[in-house]
Design a binder for this molecule. Structure first.
Ligand code: NDP
Length: 448
């Protein structure tokens, strides 16, 4: 809060009192508001139109019951969420998270970040997010299907290709999107491909969507390194997580000549000094759905550390790609001491605010999630474009589009940071660039 102007501090206090207990949401709002003092001074119309107050209040929040039966016939009740945060730039767009930690505060933090991220892509998409406190770990395919069908049986009435277009996030990948799309189609009697993204390739999905978040984050880091006449080639990199984002971050780093030496899950991390064998990881995680520790059964030089701190492994580039607040100030200090030069956030808000400040103060290039991981949603928007024109693009063409988008996002963050007197601060740059696009649209659309 110390970096907020008095006027913005008042708005932030209101946000806290109107949304009690939602600490992740407060954190996400604080990070954006800290960047906006100078913007409000330079463009007073944003204050006149109460844009910040309006942007912090979701347009609509939906909470619903999700009943389902497990394989033994036991009945379970979960809670479903969809927060439709802002549709000034296009239909609400953002993923669904299935994880036991999900509650309204998590969905609102993710939805809030999504507004600015989606604006940064330059594509016509608003911001939203959803999910459930359902824990998919250890559940059979049939149980996952029944849960997804029950979830969609309520969600279907709130979404649509021109209204709200969900996708995946933690715990939601191609399998889950398939079951949800099937149920949507069945209930509505419409083959409305553009209602969900992250679909399978034979039924409306886009090439590169699976790879997009990880690939995009690596492109973003490479663009940051270019500003210092450097690149990923030859760099030792640490990636956390072992899901969709972590896997394709690793793949692109390898392609650009870097070496990834770690991956993790919520139980521990693996360290392979020879470089991660990605085909092995894909087989374990994507096909067999096993835990990351099993990697060490096949790679004798690799070690697994149960409950260990992944950030103790020395690296030049760190790409936190698991979950929020997984990298704190103490971790940042260790990383910098060990020679870190760049961070690219594959996950949403993985670095705590004091950790991020420490990186900036120590001249580390820092790519915040809302810019660095925007490649996923950008490619989802490309999937929507292909669905709308009933077309499908080649891998090469789609990846080229993704690369261009990431370059543009990098450049607009870089330029806004310069314009507002904090060169090289991509956090401020991303917040201002995203905010201004949404704010200008909101003013044009009148008081709605
Ligand atoms: P996945 O479900 O595919 O993978 C998540 C990975 O993170 C798993 O390895 C999981 O381990 C680990 N993880 C999750 N929660 C925790 C935790 N509390 N502590 C430690 N590890 C944890 O999700 P994604 O790869 O899709 O998402 C990862 C991050 O990237 C999230 O922050 C997400 O919001 C963000 N993101 C994803 C996008 C996408 O396109 N998929 C787009 C933009 C951002 P375990 O199996 O033990 O739970």
């Amino acid at each position: 809060m110390e970096n907020m102007t008095p006027k913005i501090k008042d708005i932030y206090k209101q946000v806290i009192s109107r949304n009690p207990g939602e600490v992740e949401f407060h954190q996400a709002v604080a990070e954006v508001l800290e960047s906006l003092g100078q913007v409000i001074e330079k463009y007073p119309e944003y204050a006149d139109h109460k844009i910040i107050e309006r942007i912090c209040e979701p347009e609509r929040q939906i909470i619903f019951r999700v009943p389902w039966a497990d394989d033994k016939g036991n009945i379970h009740i979960n809670r479903g969420f969809r927060v439709e945060f802002n549709s000034a730039l296009g239909p609400y767009k953002g993923g669904l998270r299935f994880h036991e930690s999900v509650y309204l505060g998590i969905i609102k933090f993710l939805g809030f970040e999504q507004i600015f991220k989606n604006a940064l892509t330059g594509l016509p998409i608003g911001g939203g997010k959803g999910g459930s406190d359902f824990n998919p770990k250890g559940r059979s395919d049939d149980e996952i299907m029944r849960f997804c069908q029950s979830f969609m049986t309520e969600l279907y009435r709130h979404i649509g290709e021109y209204t709200d277009v969900p996708a995946g996030d933690i715990g939601v990948g191609g399998r889950e999107v398939g079951y949800m799309f099937g149920q949507y189609k069945r209930i509505t009697n419409r083959y409305e491909a553009g209602v969900l993204t992250g679909k399978g390739l034979s039924w409306g999905g886009s090439l590169v969507r699976t790879e997009a978040t990880g690939y995009g984050a690596v492109y973003f880091v490479n663009e940051m390194l270019k500003t210092r006449n450097d690149s990923l080639a030859g760099k030792t990199c640490s990636v956390s997580g072992s899901g969709n984002v972590a896997i394709y971050t690793t793949e692109k780093i390898n392609q650009l000549g870097g070496k990834v030496v770690t991956l993790s899950d919520s139980n521990g991390y693996i360290y392979d000094e020879d470089g991660i064998d990605l085909e092995l990881v894909k087989n374990l995680k994507e096909i067999e759905r096993r835990r990351i520790k099993d990697y060490c059964q096949y790679r004798k030089n690799a070690v697994y550390k149960q409950g260990g701190n992944i950030w103790e492994i020395p690296c030049e580039v760190a790409m936190p790609s698991a979950t929020q607040n997984e990298l704190n100030l103490a971790d940042a200090e260790i990383l910098v001491k060990n020679g870190l030069i760049a961070v690219g956030e594959g996950a949403n808000m993985p670095t705590t605010p004091d950790g991020a400040r420490f990186f900036l103060n120590n001249n580390v290039l820092f790519g915040p999630g809302k810019a660095a991981n925007a490649g996923g949603v950008a490619t989802s928007a490309l999937e929507m474009q292909q669905n709308a024109s009933r077309d499908s693009w080649t891998f090469e063409y789609t990846e080229e589009r993704l690369q261009d988008i990431m370059k543009n996002i990098h450049n607009s963050c870089y330029e806004q940071a310069e314009e507002f007197g904090c060169p090289g601060n991509y956090i401020t740059g991303a917040n201002i660039a995203g905010f201004r696009k949404v704010a200008d649209a909101m003013i044009s659309l009148g008081l709605i």
